[in-house]
Ligand binder design. Sequence first.
Ligand code: ADP
Ligand code: MG
Length: 245
Amino acid sequence: MTHDALVQVTGVNKYFGDHHVLKDINLEVGKGEVIILLGPSGSGKSTLCRTINRLETISSGDIKIDGVSLPQEGKALADLRAEVGMVFQSFNLFAHKSILDNVTLGPRKVRGLSKTEAEDLAMSLLKKVGVDNQAHKMPAQLSGGQQQRVAIARALAMQPKVMLFDEPTSALDPEMVNEVLDTMISLAREGMTMIVVTHEMGFARKAADRIVFLADGEIVEESTPDQFFTNPQSDRAKDFLGKII
Ligand code: ADP
Ligand code: MG
């Protein structure tokens, strides 16, 4: 795996003040692999995602994206961050820009694409996520599920090597959850490398190559979805599954 690892998290620790939030995290994500991060609230899932694209600094350890260590700051950081796409619970679209402009902005500014190139790319991505007919509307005119699919298209427009999803369906009305999960499943089938935090266990079981279970800032268990859901090894995982299934 080492040679093909697209994300390599090695010995990562993170403190918020005295609070040890990530404890010696080691995680390798292979090219095309889909990792589902599970764990109780407060276990460090969001913090781990945020350290992977340096929205949070780490206290010690190393994170490599495609073999290159994440720098702490500057242009090199901006370049590397562009290789990691992130989709959050709240869609965070720019409210005063059209859907099309939301998607073209990053590629034009960061990747240096011309207006036409960026619009061609954006339209093909909006089509991929099934909202190309909404391109000229404003975000507020779209449903939550549509907005989240635009957020996915916007992240993809940066041509990231890996996509991080932090509870992408938690803020959605139930009837819109599946359209977003289906979009993510297509992306996974196309070979996108993905790290996903979710409470959608059906999706986790279907989409994951590997389940990584965090508790109290530690990776407690790592296994195939079948193993994890039918035969969890740790008491923490058994307790977690007992509460949610
Ligand atoms: P999860 O996503 O698994 O619910 P988080 O990564 O959000 O967990 O949080 C892990 C721990 O870190 C929690 O105890 C949380 O209170 C703490 N934490 C998260 N962000 C901050 C922050 N910016 N400052 C201080 N503590 C934080
Ligand atoms: Mg979280």
